[in-house]
Design a binder for this molecule. Structure first.
Ligand code: GUN
Length: 288
């Protein structure tokens, strides 16, 4: 079998188009644009690129907003005070604190302070709890993007299917396991201490790789006809971007596979925009 490509770039463009329409309707109805504010501390080069991409995409989708760029020596108290200020500003619908924070700053108390109704990254304890409980709420963007890819390809009827998630981060692994479970998949959560990872993986109909290890997942790990979602973005030996999946060899066995780049990555930003408009709509509805 040769896999069909799950084209994140194309599907993200569809999502961004939908968001733009909703953002315009929101602005017409409420006389203001939905507002996304991003906090970037320090000068991590990858974070700078991600934030710049978010900023450009937000502008194109018709959102208002701002990036707050803070120096690496910002104190914990200063960062938390900024989050409180953004929480209190009625024109702001979404707040995203780009991770990782520089050494010396602790993300947890910052996220604990973030107003759950503005948590467009879905990382606060409240958002995580709502997901755990299967209640509506703002979901983390990367796993939402993966689920949207499955839906667009007609692959989201997961009853009776086995899924494996490799990686247990708050950003991706844990939330996507819950999302797959909510779609009735039988989910295995694998991680760096899992024994016989290749064998576990080879039983799965859906493989989500989110560990951050370049080309970890090999051909023999993939069951014939499996759907492979690669969340990894790593630099290969030759400096090229590669995922957590050895793409060419796994594509020979999978039925569907996401490329890197052009798979999950573009979906993350699209879902952030989607969350921002959803947060804005909910905040206005709550006032009515
Ligand atoms: N760093 C890498 N990905 C993400 C993300 O989705 N959200 C935040 N806040 N930081 C990140």
């Amino acid at each position: 079998m040769t896999a069909q490509v799950l084209d994140g770039k194309a599907i993200a463009a569809v999502v961004r188009g939908e968001v733009k329409e909703r953002a315009e309707a929101f602005a017409a109805k409420y006389g203001r644009r939905a507002g996304l504010h991003v906090v970037l501390v320090g000068d991590d080069p990858a974070s700078q690129v991600y934030v710049r991409n978010k900023e450009m995409a937000a502008g194109k989708a018709g959102l208002a907003g701002q990036v707050h760029r803070l120096p690496a020596d910002t104190s914990q108290a200063e960062l938390e005070a900024l989050v409180e200020k953004l929480n209190a500003d009625p024109a702001i619908d979404g707040i995203l604190v780009q991770l990782p924070l520089p050494a010396g700053l602790d993300a947890q108390p910052v996220l604990d302070r973030l107003a759950p109704e503005k948590d467009v990254d879905g990382l606060t304890p409240m958002s995580a709890g709502l997901l755990l409980d299967g209640r509506p709420g703002l979901r983390p963007c990367t796993p939402s993007g993966c689920m949207r890819l499955l839906r667009e390809a007609g692959l989201d009827d997961l009853s009776g299917k086995r899924a494996i998630v490799i990686g247990r981060s708050l950003l991706v692994g844990k939330p996507i396991a819950l999302m797959l479970l909510a779609k009735n998949a039988t989910v295995t959560m694998a991680h760096s201490r899992t024994a016989n990872l290749a064998e576990e993986c080879a039983r799965a109909d859906i493989v989500v790789a989110a560990v951050g290890r370049a080309e970890l997942v090999k051909r023999e790990w993939i069951r014939e006809g499996a759907v492979v979602i690669d969340v990894g973005i790593n630099r290969g030996d030759d400096g090229k971007l590669v995922g957590d999946v050895a793409y060419a060899e796994c594509a020979e066995r999978a039925s569907w596979i996401t490329p890197v780049p052009g798979g999950v990555g573009p979906m993350t930003i699209a879902m952030l925009l989607d969350n921002t408009v959803a947060a804005a709509e909910r905040r206005e509805a709550a006032k009515a």
